[in-house]
Each structure stands twice: as structure tokens, then as C-alpha cells.
Design a protein. Structure first.
Length: 318
């Protein structure tokens, strides 16, 4: 009888040990799960911070179950990032003389215009810098980002030679040098006054070269700017048609060959225009053509291939 009792006691003891072991194992597993959740949350936060600039409406939702164990599940809801659409984000095709649009898309949307800015820079230079002026290239001017013409600090060029470098090769050094003749801040102010005087409210300039992402406009406003400059200061568009030219430093006589970066400058029906590009803007192009005896303005902004997209747009001309 006592032997039977001993067996029962042994079995009960064994069950108690196994039960306690299970509790400790559960606690250890729980501890590990809590630790993994903390690590996951840290990882998730890092990923969220990494994507914060790309996804503006990122949400973190915590779903709490109704069970007694109250399990917390962290979910990251990220909207689908659409692929870049083919063709330009913004476009406008217009009869420049009749001021009638043929085709448009997002023409009222503000966008960084990059070096299309230089059309207005040239306009202010023509208005406020005398033709006989000598433009000096300062240290600041020649150190401007994104310039490839080898100007030298202290060199002097005629106003019109600097305008050719500005409009044909889209030279940023030239933009700064022109603005420094009357003072850069005053020059930028005059650019914005010009825009206000022709009644545009969706265009603003923060610098003279177009490097600033804050130089913005719309396709509609750019059409008005193109009309104003094309018909009142035609020399600007005429310069942008030149394929190549030579400019000469005043004191030394050193000559520099200037090439037009606009592929359409080789086309007989191209009447002028301006390219533009910074990382934030994509490839931009404002261009005027003669097609079927009509003066046609094409504007494409935020493209991957501005020349190809302009050709596509011109196919709408009958």
C-alpha cells in the first residue's frame, strides 16, 4: 500500500516539475517575443524615417486583439508608389501668335523651371545693362555650380558675349556675372517685378541661373513670358538659335568657342527656346517652331527626354 502511495507521490512531483518548467519556458518565450517587438519597432522606425521624405501620409496602425493575451501587432501602411508616367508631367502646345492652346496637361501646376529662368535673366540684362558695359567675372561667378566654360577670375567680356554664353550653353557663371553688374539682389528683384508687371502670379525667382528649386512657374505663365520676350525682345530667341559662336576676352583677346546645348538649334524650323534641368525639375524645354506656317510654342516640364517629348507634342500640329 505504501509502495503504491510512493508511486503516486512520484508521479505528482514529476507533473509539478513539468508544469513549472512550462511556466518558465513560457516566460522566456514571452521575454524573447517582447524583445523582438522592441527590435522590430526600432527597425520599423528607422525604415519609416528613411521613407518619410518619399511617403508623406505614412500611418502606423496598432491592432489590439480581443483575446485575454492582448497581442499587439504593428502594421506599416505605405501607399503604393506609382511608377513615373511616360511622357512629361506638364505640357503645353500653343499657337504663339494667336495665343490659343492646342494641347495641354497640368498647365496650371507650379514646377521648378531650372535654366528656363535664363530667358528672364537675359531680358533684365538687356533692359538694365548698357550694350557697351564690360562684364567682369568675379571669384563667386566662376565658382558657380554647373558651369563648363573656362572663364577666369577677373576676365572682362562684352555684355552681348556674356549673353551668348548664358543662352547658348546655359552657363551659370555668365548669369551671376551679369547680375553682379547691378547687384545680384537688385537683379533678382527686377526679374520678379517684370513678372508682376505682366500680370503673372504663379511665377517666382530666387536666383538668376535656375539652380534654385524655388525658381518656379507654370506652363501657362511660361507661355505668357515667351510671348512677351519673343515679340518685344526677339534678340534673346535669336541667340538661342545659334549653333556655335566665339566670344573674346576684352583685355587679353583670349577666345572661347561656345556651343549650343539645345539639339533643336540644328533644325531650320526652330525659332529659339531654352532648356532647363536640375534634379528636382527633370528635363525641361521651352521651344518655338515654325510648323505649317504657324508659330508654335512647345513647353515640356519634368520629362526624361525633353527633345523626344517635344517631337511627340509637335505631332499634334496638322
Amino acid at each position: 500500500m505504501s509502495e503504491r502511495i510512493l508511486k503516486i507521490v512520484f508521479v505528482l512531483s514529476l507533473l509539478i516539475v513539468l508544469s513549472l518548467t512550462g511556466v518558465f519556458t513560457s516566460l522566456e518565450i514571452s521575454k524573447k517575443v517582447d524583445s523582438n517587438e522592441v527590435n522590430f519597432n526600432k527597425f520599423s522606425k528607422a525604415k519609416i524615417d528613411e521613407k518619410a521624405q518619399l511617403v508623406s501620409n505614412l500611418n502606423i496602425i496598432e491592432d489590439i486583439s480581443t483575446s485575454s493575451e492582448k497581442v499587439v501587432e504593428t502594421k506599416i501602411v505605405i501607399p503604393e508608389i506609382k511608377k513615373k508616367v511616360e511622357g512629361p508631367t506638364i505640357l503645353l502646345l500653343s499657337d504663339l501668335e494667336l495665343d490659343t492652346n492646342i494641347k495641354q496637361f497640368e498647365a496650371a501646376k507650379k514646377w521648378p523651371i531650372a535654366s528656363i529662368t535664363k530667358l528672364i535673366t537675359a531680358k533684365i540684362a538687356l533692359d538694365d545693362i548698357p550694350v557697351e558695359a564690360e562684364i567682369i567675372f568675379s571669384k563667386k561667378a566662376i565658382e558657380t555650380e554647373g558651369s563648363f566654360i573656362p572663364f577666369i577670375e577677373g576676365e572682362k567680356y562684352s555684355r552681348d558675349d556674356v549673353l551668348r554664353a548664358l543662352l547658348m550653353s546655359s552657363n551659370n557663371d555668365a548669369a551671376v556675372a551679369l547680375s553682379e553688374y547691378i547687384g545680384e539682389e537688385l537683379f533678382i528683384s527686377k526679374m520678379n517685378v517684370f513678372i508682376a508687371n505682366i500680370g503673372l502670379i504663379d511665377t517666382h525667382f530666387d536666383d538668376v541661373s535656375g539652380l534654385s528649386v524655388r525658381n518656379v512657374s507654370t506652363a501657362n505663365d511660361l507661355k505668357s513670358i515667351a510671348r512677351e520676350i519673343y515679340f518685344n525682345d526677339p534678340i534673346i530667341f535669336e541667340i538661342t538659335r545659334l549653333g556655335t559662336t566665339t566670344i573674346r576676352e576684352i583685355n587679353s583677346g583670349r577666345e572661347l568657342n561656345i556651343l549650343n546645348i539645345n539639339q533643336f538649334s540644328k533644325s531650320l524650323d526652330f525659332m529659339g527656346g531654352k532648356t532647363g534641368y536640375i534634379l528636382e525639375s527633370g528635363q525641361n524645354l521651352l521651344a518655338v517652331f515654325i510648323r505649317n506656317n504657324r508659330l508654335i510654342l512647345s513647353i515640356v516640364l519634368n520629362t526624361e527626354d525633353r527633345f523626344k517629348e517635344t517631337e511627340k507634342l509637335l505631332n499634334y500640329i496638322k
